[in-house]
Design a protein around this ligand. Structure first.
Ligand code: PLP
Length: 645
């Protein structure tokens, strides 16, 4: 029969920061960088367990006082450094554990985050491990050449390559760089040989294998027979032969793979590694000196903290990953007496996701009107029915009431369409319907809800209007249904009493955040707090440091948000290392080939004409032109001072 109704949240034991931490999954995905303090604020431990802690809310207040308005991207450089350290520690540990007679030497894929300050930081911090860069296009190669100054760091050159790309990479060897040109397509060999002959010089070369293992998940298509890149077994052999005939086999140093981003299941990785290990052994047997084995990207991030093989998670840890790479490659090489290679990875997502936090503010909420209208003489039957229904709700008849309420509301709409119900009475019917829903939903609480009553909580949910564009700041939520942890960053010692989702500033109905992490799955509403204007309500989107900035676009002409780089200071507190101001309206108009100056001039001239015609006063003309000029100078997002008026 009916499951016993659960106690509403509000009647349970007092709410606490610890309960918020569990509710939003922070205690799982936030480790070791994010937690909640006594005041119910999210805190950031940028060095993980090595000490130092910042109150995120206080930090945002301080940044606002520096005229850095929301939405604001806060990049914690210490977290990026800590992630790099953890990656290297994991490989160091695995290498020691298996007594692997080689080393690990990673590269950062530029594709994952091209912003200069970020790459400079990666290169500077990475120097202690000879950490390099991976370029996937000619432009990325130029960036890498400009930044990478460690002669021992690797510069892995992937992607489509024309003559200029190839010659640039080859010549870079003369600048004491270590370019490794990866042959990804069968026809790239000819181009490479031609360029080498012309310059009398070769780069270090690699080959990308097209593995038979099919990746899983969203990016599974990056491997397997149908994948876009890589050499099949016959292509590999043909390439080795071509290099041999040209006398260049001695420069074949690296075997490369990329199974796809965010490998959720370690079984997929293991299978790929076995194939790679055997290919490596075979290439050595064919006479290539080799020396490097590059396992590409794919090291995943546990966005929901569930440790499962689902899309937003991984069923392995960083240490499991390193262990599997080291052990599997060793198992392939050792029995054949082949010296083990230097292991390279191109981990982007796993390095860059954690360090940036996007904070945005909520402008207002949209809720249904569930106020009960006062009864009046002579109300139509439908309205009276709904009134009676509302009065009869008990925990025992919720499902019945719900079905009746839906029926009466539908009848009311039909009657309105046919001209039998006035707008006043239709509005009453709708309010009474929502009042029924509210009462039912209050009686249900937040427990497990019978399937046929689930639409109620969705219908009652509030829309929180967010000062951001998801197309700019979290495009993968829209493009590939990616889940990121999203939660309020304050008031976490208060019970969140509202279920809601977010609508962004764009006029696009896709401009929503309505999929939230939920231990291995997702939910369409998030537990949120009632707004308490004029106090702001701040929400953080976490783990979005990889890919989002570059994939973000100018939809509805919302530009880049303000971004800051924060470092922990040695004496406590923090330093603002870099400020990258967001785009002004003028910037985004110019990007679309508009001319802000002639726009102002055009409107000024039209204002003069309107003044002359008596349609506009001089003060109003001044006001209009000032608004236009100020808007052009300002951010594309809503300004708090203007918003309040
Ligand atoms: C995208 C890409 C990467 C980075 O992948 P992550 O999953 O972000 O680590 C590495 N190598 C190649 C060739 C890529 O295309």
């Amino acid at each position: 029969m009916h499951p016993a109704p659960r106690q509403p949240f509000s009647r349970q034991a007092p709410w606490s920061a610890a309960r918020s931490s569990r509710l939003y999954g922070l205690d799982a995905w936030g480790q070791p960088y994010f937690s909640i303090n006594e005041q119910g604020h999210v805190t950031v431990q940028p060095r993980g367990s090595r000490g130092g802690c910042l109150d995120l809310v206080a930090l945002v207040q301080d940044l606002q006082a520096r005229n850095l308005s929301l939405p604001l991207l806060i990049r914690f450089d210490d977290i990026l450094e800590d992630r790099l350290a953890k990656l290297h520690d994991a490989f160091a540990c695995a290498i020691a554990q298996y007594n692997y007679q080689g080393r690990y030497q990673g590269v950062f894929p530029v594709k994952c985050h091209q912003q200069r300050h970020v790459l400079e930081h990666v290169v500077r911090v990475g120097r202690r491990w000879n950490f390099g860069l991976e370029a996937g296009s000619k432009a990325e190669l130029l960036v890498a050449l400009g930044l990478l100054d460690d002669p021992d760091a690797l510069l892995v050159c992937n992607g489509y390559k024309d003559t200029r790309y190839l010659e640039t990479a080859i010549l870079a060897r003369r600048l004491r760089r270590r370019p490794l040109v990866v042959i990804e397509q069968p026809d790239e060999v000819d181009g490479l040989l031609t360029c080498s002959r012309r310059l009398g010089m070769t780069p270090l070369m690699g080959v990308r294998a097209k593995l038979s293992v099919q990746g899983s998940g969203r990016w599974g298509g990056s491997s397997g027979d149908g994948s876009k890149f890589g050499l099949s077994a016959p292509d590999l052999l043909a390439t080795v032969n071509a290099l041999g005939e040209a006398g260049l086999l001695g420069e074949l140093r690296l075997l490369h793979m990329h199974v796809g981003s965010q490998i959720s299941d370690i079984a997929v990785l293991k299978e790929a590694l076995q194939e790679m290990g055997q290919l490596y052994v075979q290439l050595v047997a064919l006479g290539a000196p080799m020396g490097y084995l590059d396992v590409g990207g794919g090291l995943g991030v546990d966005y929901d903290g569930s440790c499962t093989a689902t899309a937003a998670s991984t069923n392995y840890s960083l240490q499991n990953y390193a262990n599997d790479v080291v052990a599997t490659i060793q198992e392939c090489c050792q029995p054949q007496g082949v010296p083990v290679p230097t292991l390279v990875s191109e981990s982007g997502r796993a390095v860059a996701s954690h360090f940036s936090v996007l904070v945005f503010d909520v402008l207002s909420t949209g809720k249904v009107n569930a106020a009960v209208p006062p009864p009046q003489e002579g109300e139509p039957l439908l309205v009276r029915n709904l009134r009676e229904l509302l009065a009869t709700i008990t925990p025992r008849n919720l499902q019945e009431v719900w079905h009746d309420a839906v029926k009466f509301k539908d009848d009311a709409l039909s009657a309105f369409r046919l001209g039998y119900l006035s707008l006043v009475d239709r509005a009453k019917a709708e309010q009474l319907y929502w009042a029924c829903c509210r009462t039912i939903s209050d009686q249900l609480g937040h427990g497990s809800i019978p399937a046929d009553l689930q639409p109620i909580s969705a219908a009652m949910a509030a829309t929180y209007y967010a000062n951001l564009s998801i197309f700019r700041s979290a495009p993968d939520t829209w493009a590939v249904n990616q889940l990121f942890p999203v939660m309020p960053i304050h008031r976490l010692h208060e019970l969140p009493q509202v279920l809601g989702d977010f609508a962004d500033l764009t006029c696009d109905s896709d401009g929503k955040l309505n999929r939230f992490i939920d231990a291995g799955g997702h939910k369409s509403h998030l537990e949120l707090h009632h707004l308490q204007p004029p106090d702001p309500y701040w929400v953080g989107l976490f783990l979005g440091g990889a890919y989002q900035e570059i994939m973000g676009n100018l939809h509805n002409l919302f530009g880049r948000t303000n971004a800051v780089h924060i470092r922990l200071a040695s004496q406590g507190g923090y330093r603002v290392e870099q400020v990258a101001r967001g785009n002004t309206t003028s910037d985004v108009l110019t990007a679309m080939d508009h001319d802000p100056r002639s726009l102002v001039e055009h409107l000024r001239r039209e204002s003069e004409a309107a003044i002359a015609a008596g349609n506009l006063t001089i003060p109003d003309a001044h006001r209009l032109v000032t608004h236009v000029e100020e808007s052009l100078r300002q951010s594309t997002y809503l300004e708090s001072s203007v918003r309040r008026r």
